[in-house]
Design a protein around this ligand. Structure first.
Ligand SMILES: Cc1cc2nc3c(=O)[nH]c(=O)nc-3n(C[C@H](O)[C@H](O)[C@H](O)COP(=O)(O)OP(=O)(O)OC[C@H]3O[C@@H](n4cnc5c(N)ncnc54)[C@H](O)[C@@H]3O)c2cc1C
Length: 443
């Protein structure tokens, strides 16, 4: 065991949007931050081959439920934002307020800091345009969606978003990690945290595996941001046994149709959508990268369709699932879709079918299910308080796991705003204790 007695002010575990935001804001305020990240920090190349070890390794980045539904995340610096489609839905401000957490100021700050806007028409290929037009013709409230994308750097006929945009157009949490490092933070990649070291009810450090050895690092503040599956595992190992139960993961399917002569090509996925808020259903266009579409098609034995791309109009249906299930101690996910969850997927698929038929599609079929937003495993009001503090002093959680309930929309804006709010809270608490120390010294 290698002990690392350090002068870090904080250790952040995980570098997705939750961890990267806290690390960046603390570092910008002069705090010494250590970031421990399980995945690599190799350069972004926008390559499918490079994405495989980050996002498609069974038991690590892809875990199956007992219904063989894959839950996908990315294990790399920047977390799942290296894979995400960069759609920026507004955070559920009112829902969080009901739990005593107000992120309205931080959500506004985020909008000023990041390139959040819809894509211009010229960056939407014929598929997304056809989806939008057909849905509007039918009277759906379909509109362009906000994206974390700087459209001045985005390229037409490109689909590298999900492989890690190499052109600097798509925002991902690595940007915040880099900013943190430019301001003195240290990143140790390929460091998998096992547990938090607790002494007399206080978190004092973490134990992690790195380079075949077990190491310990210490700091007065520990922030666990290992994501909806990773954080509850670390907390359980640290004595918070109730973590990792009763969660959501927003299951989704794709419905495809063939439109002869559509000429759809590569495009940013999820550029337009329809939100059925009451039903908990979202429909969007979804130009999957070709290799991923092949994989989804082969899964449902659509061999001929797997090689048809330009004539295909794909629509994604994502639903708000009911809370349930448990994360097992080895990181697998036990969760069954309920009858209501499946009915929502069917209802969404029926809307998609109408839109496809209206656009002139034939040969309509659906993919198998997948999920990509695990959260609610360490809920606010249950295992963390409104400042995201656990029952142990100095131990905080900041990622999708703290979401107090299911709401069925992509969560990254909310996680960034929560990260900003936590950093402010930690900085304010520090300045109070520094002031108290100065008063005590003066007396
Ligand atoms: C394909 C796909 C598309 C998506 N599209 C969108 C979208 O368009 N819009 C949107 O808002 N959201 C989208 N999401 C969801 C979004 O990416 C996630 O909800 C978000 O990244 C979760 O942030 P997080 O900080 O909770 O966790 P993560 O981003 O998963 O980050 C957790 C980090 O912790 C690290 N880690 C895990 N365990 C350990 C450990 N033991 N020790 C050290 N490090 C550890 C991981 O490697 C990872 O870097 C998408 C997700 C996927 C998979």
């Amino acid at each position: 065991m290698k002990e690392q007695k350090t002068d870090f002010d904080a250790i952040v575990v995980g570098s997705g949007p939750g961890g990267a935001t806290v690390a960046k804001d603390l570092a910008l305020s002069g705090k010494k931050v250590l970031i421990l990240e399980w995945g690599d920090n190799d350069p972004k190349k926008g390559s499918f081959l490079k994405t495989i070890p980050r996002a498609f390794v069974p038991g690590k980045s892809v875990v199956m439920t007992q219904q063989l539904l894959p839950v996908v995340r990315a294990i790399t610096t920047g977390g799942s934002t290296m894979l995400f489609c960069a759609t920026a839905f507004d955070p559920p401000i009112d829902m969080l307020k009901r739990y005593g957490v107000d992120i309205s100021v931080e959500a506004e700050e985020m909008k000023n800091d990041l390139p959040i806007a819809p894509l211009p028409d010229e960056l939407m290929n014929t598929g997304p345009q056809a989806f939008l037009k057909s849905a509007r013709d039918l009277g759906y409230d379909a509109h362009k969606l906000n994206k974390f994308i700087d459209s001045s750097k985005c390229r037409k006929e490109c689909q590298l978003c999900m492989y890690g945009c190499p052109f600097g157009a798509k925002w991902d949490a690595r940007r915040f990690v880099e900013l943190a490092m430019e301001n003195g933070a240290e990143l140790i990649a390929r460091a998998r945290v096992q547990k938090v070291i607790i002494e007399n009810g206080k978190a004092v450090g973490v134990e992690y595996k790195h380079n075949m050895g077990v190491h310990r690092a210490y700091a007065p503040k520990i922030i666990i941001a290992a994501g909806g599956i990773g954080s509850p595992l670390i907390l359980r190992q640290s004595g918070i046994k109730e973590a990792g139960y009763n969660f959501f993961f927003d299951p989704l399917i794709y419905v495809y149709g063939k439109i002869k002569g559509l000429g759809n090509g590569k495009a940013v996925p999820m550029s337009a959508g329809i939100h059925f808020a009451e039903d908990g259903i979202v429909l969007t266009d979804f130009n999957l990268p070709h290799m991923l579409k092949v994989a989804f098609d082969l899964e449902v034995l659509k061999v001929r369709q797997a090689f048809s791309y330009a004539d295909t109009l794909p629509i994604m249906i994502k639903v708000r699932d009911e809370l349930g299930g448990s994360v097992s101690n080895n990181g697998w996910v036990n969760k069954r879709l309920t009858r209501e969850d499946n009915q929502k997927l069917d209802k969404g698929a029926e809307h998609a079918r109408r839109i496809l038929l209206n656009a002139g599609a034939t040969d309509i079929y659906r993919s198998y299910k997948v999920a990509a937003h695990p959260g609610g495993t360490v809920k606010i009001g249950d295992l963390v308080d409104t400042n995201l503090k656990t029952g142990f002093d100095n131990l905080y959680v900041c990622d999708c796991s703290v979401m107090p309930q299911e709401w069925g929309l992509p969560p990254t804006t909310s996680i960034i705003a929560l990260g900003k709010r936590l950093a402010k809270h930690l900085l304010a608490a520090d300045s109070v204790s520094e002031k108290q120390d100065r008063i005590a010294a003066a007396i």
